[in-house]
Write a protein that binds this ligand. Sequence first.
Ligand code: ADP
Ligand code: MG
Length: 616
Amino acid sequence: MSTTTAPEKHEFQAEIAQLLDLVVHSLYTDKEIFVRELISNAADASEKLRFLKTSGQEIVEPDAALKVTIATDDTAKTITFTDAGVGMSHGELIENLGTIAHSGSKAFLDQLRAKAQGGPVDATLIGQFGVGFYSAFMVADKVTVYSKSCRPGETGWKWESDGKTGYEIEPAEDLSRGTKVVVHLKDDEFAKAWKVEEIIKRYSNFVPLPIEVNGKEINTVQALWTRNKAEIKDTEYDEFYKYIGHDTDAPLYRLHFNADAPLAIRALLFIPAKNLELATLTREEHHVDLYCKKILIASRAKTLLPEWTRFLRGVVDSEDLPLNISRETMQDSALVAKLREVLVKRLLKFLDEESRADAEKYARFFKEHGHCLKEGVAHDYSHREALAKLLRFESSTTESGKFTSLADYVSRMPEEQKEIYYLSAANREACEAAPSYEVFREKKWEMLFLADARDEFVLESLREFDGKKLVAAEKADVKLDRDVQGLDAETAGKLAEFIKESVGERIGEVRVSKRLVGSPAIALSSDSEMTVNMRRMMKALNRDGMAGPEPMPDIEINPEHALIVSLEKMRASDAELGKTVALQVADQALAAAGLLDDPRTMLGRMTALLEKLCAK
Ligand code: ADP
Ligand code: MG
């Protein structure tokens, strides 16, 4: 091909253009992370090459050494990263460096956009979102990529961009296999060797191949997970985690273990201190890479771990796996299934032990990653019981913001209590004030307070723990221990009928309660499956898609409450006013349960009642 042909011009996909605009204009801290990101890409490409080679595929220049070579030039103001990895063809350059191929990149864009107006954006996260390459444009006014694919028959290409609207591609002669990224720097800060060395020591010390800066090798190459645990320092672990997790913080937990049966496994797993999903409302995937004798077989191997473990970062190495296992065969490999079972069992055991050893640290873990465990309880049938032990909730016994496990709850249950009770509301205060909690407070029976909207569904799907049924407070068949005072059963029954007649179709049954203490009335779901809270949530999620007519909530009245006792008298003396008060009692109970769709009628009635009261 002749070099005189004009280069092809391409425009960036719209999202990339927006991303670049934000990278250039909003990211002004932690710029040095572009070094880590470009090294990480070179290392990934080299690991892929190593895998192709060991699995017997034909590649060009099979003997080229796998390493990352960095050259700085402070006169030309450039820093250049060269690898002998898999390289990129013409099509791959367009696809990998011009379009958003990862689901995470949109999320990063959204986060950038949201924060661009406000404070500084944490640029160090960019690699976690799968758009690390573009971090080069934080420091560059031009980036040139020379690449030649490792596949026989491919030619070399030059890709170049100023990071604004698009890029150009043209053929390039005399390239060796792999990729060379030339970063043309805006200023010479990163063209100084000592500076670059310092950055590499900080972020990339554990890249599993040699890194050279201007001909000098500077990192410690080692597969940390294959070393003897006793000889590894905490700082080495932390550095390794920061490298593989693209994180700046140390991990919260680490689990390093070897197993020989049923499979030979060396695993080094980390749990980050922060869960990105909470901040970005995206769904993560685990970043656990699968190795066989230090050779990468699959990065972020999907089938290796169940989805609820997606907070994990790390490495699993098993010499029992065939080297040529492909992504497809991994799907139905019995070996991989076995591996997964061992890993999950270890993780569950580890978390259980950690929760006992340091409950406060575990609570921090649970606040960040607990939603993943809850998902596991709902979906991972085979590990449900072990996962249930790891759940934590606030309860009437814990202080606000503190947790109890289900096992500890059970250990505190008095003899006569047979079930585990929970109550779901917007927050702890609302739980404590809920009418359905009254009888339990009186009996001094512990109540789990669920403030996370998912919790009720999780406990519903769990059904029981340690042989005890999990029961929603309002569904519980629990009575006060003492005789109910106030209206006698027959009179109270008549009043209930009167209220039902006054309110009509909007409610189901009206019954006399044996469990209310401080409230005049309570609205309860008449659906045997769902609590009022679940019903309210289903309604919010799916406004018009509910199947069949919605069952009307039932009302229970408290025969001891002064208002109810007076209402009974009023029914005889002033039936008209009595009807108004009955409506008000019912609507207030519905409102307390979040089931009153339109409060205006109730408020109008309230005003009328207040008017009467004030006129007296
Ligand atoms: P990620 O590394 O998370 O995939 P990046 O934005 O860092 O995201 O890189 C995008 C893609 O560009 C990579 O997935 C890879 O396919 C390709 N790429 C980047 N650098 C190289 C390189 N040095 N050699 C081969 N491919 C590369
Ligand atoms: Mg990358």
